[in-house]
Design a protein around this ligand. Structure first.
Ligand SMILES: Nc1ncnc2c1ncn2[C@@H]1O[C@H](COP(=O)(O)OP(=O)(O)OP(=O)(O)O)[C@@H](O)[C@H]1O
Ligand SMILES: O=P(O)(O)O[C@H]1[C@H](O)[C@H](O)[C@H](OP(=O)(O)O)[C@@H](OP(=O)(O)O)[C@@H]1O
Ligand SMILES: [Mg+2]
Ligand SMILES: [Mg+2]
Length: 335
């Protein structure tokens, strides 16, 4: 954190004027985000609040060396590619004083739908009033004609959700299919994850993590598959249901379906995943098995998700950014 002149004690939050940054501690956040992500994340209301709290955002120029830019207190990034990972790793080594969110190899772990869920079965969630599983799934990397046999050998129960194995921020990596019979699956293009569909009453819980902060919201999801629909055949594509901006928080829902997961479970799940994944910015998609109160499944984890859709994200995110810089200062020995 840079000190631009003396810190005035009169500068309570709210009193800070937009252009009056000279007299404040300024936290400089460099960001490397796609234009889509920049639009959804850096909303004007957020930037204004951040400025009032002494945080300014500066776009990183990808065509210039990162070390020649800034100086930054924090770097936020969501860019794919090996080259970018190397740039970030190199920058972290040369600038240990900068908080870089998050480590590229940890982010990479979420770019594959198999590795993203690998840690979930090992989490210690005892005494948290609920159980958390991952739906049974298998990975298909080649030869779609072998899928029907592989599905039977693995004993997977239909219907299955077919998801692209790799998640790279493209619309294609979010193209989903619901498959009612195993033969139709050979029409799909590997690499894929085939995941058992879990009835959950059409409501999904999105658990947003920003450092230590957690926010859970309800979203509409796929409806249950009834017994009679089990006789259906074919693979059916379905839209990006849960990432729609429409929240299910105000809908008139069956209380047994809408009840949020218990707070102790959410807190432990977030804490455990944060430490096992080594990430501070992500969200978890979780569903409750229909007909149960406390059996949950994690079906997706996203790095740097659509925080612009998270209620109160402006305050949560600015507080988080300030806390990063404050904790760095606490750790620094007094001179
Ligand atoms: N195993 C499952 N059982 C029931 N429904 C599922 C399952 N997997 C996915 N879904 C439904 O399909 C939707 C999309 O799946 P998923 O969240 O894995 O995809 P995504 O494209 O990564 O989503 P996001 O936009 O959150 O990144 C979920 O939000 C949920 O509605
Ligand atoms: O509803 P959420 O916040 O989970 O939806 C996210 C989605 O999961 C992805 O994280 C998207 O980011 P990309 O992977 O970069 O496409 C988000 O897009 P954004 O433009 O809204 O940030 C979705 O919102
Ligand atoms: Mg999802
Ligand atoms: Mg996802």
């Amino acid at each position: 954190m840079r000190l631009n002149g003396e810190i005035s004690h009169k500068e309570e939050e709210g009193e800070k004027e937009n252009g009056n940054l000279e007299a404040q501690k300024v936290v400089v956040v460099g960001y490397a985000l796609t234009s889509k992500k920049k639009k959804s994340f850096l909303q004007p209301k957020f930037e204004v609040l951040a400025r009032k709290k002494g945080i300014i955002f500066i776009a990183i120029d990808l065509n210039k060396p990162l070390s020649d830019q800034g100086p930054f207190d924090v770097v936020l990034h969501k860019m794919s590619g090996k080259e970018w990972c190397e740039v970030i790793e190199d920058y972290k080594q040369k600038h240990p004083e900068v908080t870089v969110l998050d480590p590229p190899d940890a982010i990479q772990h979420l770019h594959n739908r198999q590795s993203m869920l690998q840690n979930v079965p090992d989490l210690d969630l005892s005494d948290c009033h609920g159980k958390v599983y991952v739906p049974r799934q298998m990975v298909i990397t080649k030869d779609p004609s072998s899928i029907p046999d592989e599905v039977s050998e693995a004993g997977l129960k239909l219907p299955l959700v077919a998801k692209p194995l790799l998640v790279d921020g493209t619309a294609k990596s979010h193209e989903m299919f619901l498959a009612y019979d195993r033969f139709s699956l050979s029409k799909l293009e590997p690499p894929l994850v085939l995941q058992e569909f879990v009835n959950h009453g059409g409501v999904l819980f999105k658990i947003y993590i920003v450092g230590e902060a957690i926010k859970v919201v309800r979203r509409f999801s796929l409806p249950n598959v009834s017994k009679s629909e089990l006789a259906n055949v074919g693979v059916h594509s379905f839209p990006r249901v849960s990432s729609a901006t429409e929240s299910a928080d105000d809908a008139d829902l069956d209380p047994g379906i809408a009840e949020l997961p218990p707070q102790p479970l959410l807190e432990r799940l977030a804490r455990e995943l944060r430490s096992r994944l080594g990430l501070r910015l992500f969200n978890i998609d979780m569903i409750r098995e229909h007909g149960t109160r406390d059996v949950f499944y994690v079906i997706d984890i996203n790095y740097f998700p659509g925080y612009g859709k998270m209620p109160d994200y402006e305050h949560i995110f600015t507080d988080f950014l300030l806390s990063l810089v404050q904790s760095k200062h606490k750790k620094r020995p007094e001179t």
